[in-house]
Design a protein around this ligand. Sequence first.
Ligand SMILES: [Zn+2]
Ligand SMILES: [Zn+2]
Length: 102
Amino acid sequence: MADATPVKWDTTYDKAWAAKVAQWEWTWTDDDTVETHGMCPHCIHPMTREVRRASVRTLLAVSESEGELVPVVVACNCTATHPEQPEGHRGCGKQATFMLPL
Ligand SMILES: [Zn+2]
Ligand SMILES: [Zn+2]
C-alpha cells in the first residue's frame, strides 16, 4: 500500500473509528505506564498511545483509589504526512476519548 495516497487530515468524530480503537488491548509496560497500539482504522498506519498513570491522575485530580475509570484521549499519531495536516500535528486527525481504569 506504499503507493496509495494518504487520506486527508480529518478530525470529524468517527463512531466506527472509535469503536474499533475501543477494542484494542491496553498493556501495562511498567507500574505506571499503559500502552495500546494498532493500525489506525482511518488511515491504516500504525499508531500508538502511551499513558502515564501518575500524570493523568494528577491532571484530572483523580481521587486516591486506583482502577477508577478516567477519560483518555487517543489520537492517531502515525508518522505519515496527510494532506491538510496542520503544522506540528501528527497522524490523520482522528481521535476519541476512552475510559480507562487507571
Ligand atoms: Zn496515517
Ligand atoms: Zn490515522
